[in-house]
Design a protein around this ligand. Structure first.
Ligand code: FE2
Length: 298
């Protein structure tokens, strides 16, 4: 695959699969060199996070104190690291795993503030993907490295990405790109989708409430989670370097990593600014930096 972009055959299959299922895969989307650069930069960011030794509840992903903390709430336009729940002993202020397996994720403005991640996010082949699905002005609102490290990497329960990044109108206006930095398998927590669920309505949203005086209530869900049958999901294992394109409405999840093999990924989400507006009550807002990045305008 050339640096200049994707072939016509790849683009045609991508748009057909995406239209039908709400997700689509391109294997070998990233070169070995690109994967190595993204992995090396992730490792450097892990070392930085551990140097700061913020083994505090608000720096632990998924912890109640984290979701309500200023550290999380203001992370939309910054690069911040979040420790894995199972990887830290907060009372003893120590790691329970090796340093390079300690983080759950880094987010949410790598695409703009980190040159290594910016290069991949804005690359011609990424632009080709958005052109293939008809985006007139794909605008990246957030980016994350998600680590599912051996035995400690937690599950991501069924969700629609639009719950976190709602735009109006929503149909065909929000999509995620998910890049495998390791082989993603059924054992280490590959993606799982309900094909066709991109046609379902948005079930609930994660929003900032208007009254910001009570930090405990600043971020809220608008409805309880929906239940799904395990049999509704199709598992999508992919090789290191693969790209998975994800419709903002398709229901997906990924299991915990029960294996000894890590499953690192880089993911970012873009909305089509040419036809949709970013909702002012989404949890993720720019606070200090102008990090929303429009890849092209046509
Ligand atoms: Fe997701």
């Amino acid at each position: 695959m050339s640096r200049a972009g994707l072939t016509r055959e790849v683009i045609s299959k991508l748009s057909k699969d995406f239209e039908q299922n709400g997700y689509a895969v391109i294997e070998s989307f990233l070169s070995t060199d690109e994967v190595t650069k993204l992995r090396d930069e992730s490792s450097r960011l892990i070392r930085e996070a551990n140097k700061e030794k913020h083994l505090d509840a608000k720096h632990v992903f998924g912890n109640e104190n984290n979701a309500r903390s200023d550290y999380f709430v203001t992370s939309g336009d910054k690069i911040r690291s979040f420790f894995e729940k199972q990887a830290v002993d907060l009372s003893g202020q120590k790691l329970l795993v090796p340093e390079d397996q300690s983080l759950a994720k880094i987010g949410h403005a790598l695409h703009c503030l980190n040159p290594t991640f910016k290069t991949v996010t804005t690359s011609p082949k990424v632009q080709d993907v958005f052109k293939a699905i008809g985006f007139g002005a794909p605008t990246v609102a957030q980016s994350m490295v998600i680590f599912k490290n051996p035995f400690v990497g937690g599950e991501y329960t069924p969700h629609q990405d639009a719950s976190f990044l709602c735009v109006e109108p929503l149909e065909k206006a929000l999509a995620g790109i998910w890049l495998a930095l390791d082989d993603a398998t059924e054992e280490n927590g590959c993606l799982e989708f309900i094909p066709g669920s991109q046609h379902w309505p948005l079930a609930r949203r994660f929003v900032r409430v208007k009254d910001e005086s009570d930090p405990e209530k600043l971020l809220q869900w608008t409805a309880p989670p929906k239940e799904f049958e395990a049999s509704q999901f199709v598992k999508v294992p992919v090789k290191r370097g693969a790209m998975v394109l994800i419709d903002g409405l398709v229901v997906h999840r990924s299991g915990a990593n029960k294996s000894e093999k890590a499953r690192w990924i880089y993911t970012f989400h873009a909305y089509d600014k040419s036809k949709a507006r970013y909702m002012p009550d989404n949890w993720l807002q720019m606070i200090d930096n102008e990090t929303f990045t429009t890849l092209y305008n046509c």
